[in-house]
Each structure stands twice: as C-alpha cells, then as structure tokens.
Design a protein around this ligand. Structure first.
Ligand code: 8X3
Length: 257
C-alpha cells in the first residue's frame, strides 16, 4: 500500500462536510494537511484540533478558489515547507437553488460555475505542475452523481459536476505519461450543509431531503478518498460512484417516511 504518512495534502473547502472529513482521515494516517476555505476563523480552530489529536502539521489557508489571482498568489506565498504538495483534493463546491433553468437565478449559476468548475481548474493548474516536477502524486476531485445524469431543476449544478467528470477524464489523459493518478469520486446523497446552502438557510426544506433515508456521511466519502490514495502506486482508481443503499439514482430513492 502507498504510504500516506508524511505526504502533503491540499484540501479545498476544508472547513466543513466532506473536505473536513478528508482532513480528519488523512491527518489520522499521518499526512501533513493544508486546509483551505474562505473562512479562516473556523479553520484555525480546526487546524489546532487536528494537530493536537493526530500530532501532524496542519497549515490553515484562507482562500477563495473563485479568485484566479488569489489562488495563484496564495499558493506562491505558501511557506517553503508547505509548497511540495503530493495530493490535491478538489472538494470546494456548492449547489445554489432548485429552479427551472428558464427561471434560474443567474448569480446562483455564476457562483456554482465559478466554484465548482473554475475554482477546481485554478487549483489544478497551479498545483499539478509541481506534483509532476516532484515525481508524482494524485488529484482527487469530488464530483457527484449529478455529473452522471441531469435532474429537473438542477441543470446548472449537474452541468458543473459533469464538467468535473470530464475535467478528471481529460487530466487523466494529459498526465498519462506521468506518475500522477486522477480520481473522481461521485457521491449521491451525503448529509452535510449542502442542502442548507442550496436552499439558502431554509432548514426545513434542507432537512426534508434526508428524511426517511440513511444518507451517506462525509466520513464515508473521506474513507474512499483515503483508500484511493492508499492503493499501490501502479493502481489508479479513476472513478468511484457511491450512493446510500436506498438510493439508486437521483430520482430513484426509497424513503421510509
Ligand atoms: C449532491 C448529490 O443528488 O443532491 O452532489 O445532486 S445531489
């Protein structure tokens, strides 16, 4: 198995949900972690907790991935001991609104495209050349089952996740002659603040998404990310699609209530 211990892992959107769970699981296996998020306040406390619990180094980085300039300058100005990133986890992403396309809020679309697609691209473009130069590593993108098939009132979100799938596939082709693995993890329903953000704080609506079904937990996705990074170096897990047992597709969900 590949050694996680001592690897430097960069995680975007690490202050909550899947990103936070990935930080925990990689730290628990001895990785050094750069946790990045727009909100530095919660990151600092989380960094301290991780460092204390797992005795690993953690570097919190305030970063808005939608800003091309910020991605470039903040990555360039990382302290030297944090510059050699081995694993990039492109997790930052969001859904906003559930409107018919013809009635959609254009600023919601822009926020999703800027974060889920452009943010992922900016980080990939900035970090992958160094990964290649240093002799290899891995990019783990957090896609979605929404990237496999569209669903009503989700066209733009689904399109951004389809972009994540094709950017993963394309990058895998472009680094095929390098020891760089590219993995796209496509989760179905995961209980995080995803729906709360999508429904802009309407907690009732958000809670109803997960009522009557045992949704995936962020830790389930983090376990998979860790597994894909732990398999031997000659093994590339290209894509993982994972849903709760009672979810077959976005539209086919068995709920008990
Ligand atoms: C989240 C999955 O089905 O809510 O990426 O769009 S879904």
């Amino acid at each position: 198995m590949e050694q996680i211990k001592g690897k430097t892992v960069f995680i975007s959107g690490a202050s909550s949900g899947i990103g936070r769970a990935c930080a925990e699981s990689f730290a628990a296996h001895g990785a050094r972690i750069i946790i990045s998020s727009r909100k530095i306040s919660s990151l600092q406390t989380f960094a301290d907790e991780l460092g204390k619990t797992y005795h690993v180094e953690v570097h919190p980085l305030e970063l808005d991935v939608t800003s091309r300039k910020a991605v470039q300058t903040k990555l360039e100005s990382l302290p030297p001991e944090w510059k050699s990133i081995d694993i990039l986890i492109n997790n930052a992403g969001l859904a906003l609104g559930m409107d018919k396309l013809q009635e959609g809020d254009i600023s919601d679309w822009e926020a999703m495209i800027d974060t889920n697609v452009k943010g992922l691209l900016y980080l990939t473009r900035t970090i992958v050349p160094g990964i290649i130069e240093r002799g290899g590593g891995q990019v783990i993108n957090i896609g979605s089952t929404a990237g496999i098939a569209a669903y009503p009132r989700g066209a733009v979100y689904c399109a951004t996740k389809a972009a994540v799938k094709f950017l993963s596939d394309g990058l895998r082709m472009d680094v095929v002659d390098q020891p760089v693995r590219v993995t796209n993890i496509q989760p179905g329903m995961v209980e995080t603040n995803f729906s709360n953000i999508r429904f802009k704080g309407d907690e009732k609506k958000a809670a109803s998404v997960y009522q009557g079904i045992e949704a995936l937990k962020p830790e389930d996705i983090a376990d998979i990310a860790l597994y894909t990074a732990s398999v031997p170096g000659h093994v590339q897990i290209c894509e993982v699609t994972v849903t709760p047992t009672n979810q077959a597709t976005m539209g086919i969900i068995h709920k008990t209530s």
